[in-house]
Ligand binder design. Structure first.
Ligand code: DX5
Ligand code: ZN
Length: 219
């Protein structure tokens, strides 16, 4: 089962509702929602108000990627705003296990995000509590960056850890995912694919997502 999660960071923000409708109609499985705070990452994007505003346009779950520090205070705001999944970076919170519990108490699925330089040891003791692991294949903060190939080995290692743990934990990848490399990334073990510029930068979202699915089927 492969899921495609277009990142609205590369959508036309002046027509955000329309863009979300279009990408869902084109076959998106999730809407990836990038939250940046100009503190944990050097960029500033959108918050719970925008999440709430787009909820009626998104007939698929909203996959909130928090690139903010601190994390805990904002979690319930996103849950109330309609998030389905909330993922955070372990370096951005003081108590990783507490933050996971908080996300679950709010009724959302919880994900942990590992940057290119963040070790897998952050998964020790908490993996079995997670619904999703997100491997960053770029350094977070901007759309349109090149895929960092070391992410492939990291995905394969997390796939093994998930198999050992025996729970249905999604393995998501974020950054530089395109039609050209999605097959190789799937072979490394990812099942959920964030893609921003490679979808919203094309004219025909349905054709692009179909091309991605064709690559996934062949992988
Ligand atoms: C980067 C964000 C990504 C970004 C991906 O910090 O987390 O979700 O939108 O954009 P592309 O697919 O263009 O690399
Ligand atoms: Zn993201």
């Amino acid at each position: 089962m492969h899921r495609i999660a277009p990142s609205i960071l590369s959508a036309d923000f002046a027509r955000l509702g329309e863009e979300i409708r279009a990408v869902v109609a084109a076959g998106a499985d999730l809407i990836h929602f990038d939250v940046m705070d100009n503190h944990y990452v050097p960029n500033l994007t959108i918050g719970p108000l925008v999440c709430e505003a787009i909820r009626p346009y998104a007939s698929v779950p909203i996959d909130v990627h928090l690139m903010v520090s601190p994390v805990d205070r904002i979690v319930s705001d996103f849950a109330k705003a309609g998030a389905g999944i909330i993922s955070f970076h372990p370096e951005a919170t003081l108590h990783v296990d507490r933050t996971i519990g908080l996300i679950h108490e709010c009724g959302c699925k919880a994900g942990l995000v590992l940057n290119p330089g963040t070790p897998l040891s952050y998964l020790d003791h908490v993996l079995e509590k997670l619904d999703l692991v997100l491997i960053m294949s770029v350094n977070p903060g901007f759309a349109g960056q090149a895929f960092i190939p070391e992410a492939l080995a990291k995905l394969a290692a997390v796939r093994r850890r998930i198999a050992d743990c025996g729970r249905d934990i999604w393995l998501e990848v974020d950054g530089g995912v395109k039609v050209d490399n999605i097959g190789e990334i799937a072979s490394a073990g990812a099942d959920t694919f964030v893609s921003g510029s490679a979808i919203f930068g094309t004219k025909d979202y349905a054709a692009t997502i179909a091309a991605m699915r064709a690559q996934l089927a062949a992988a």
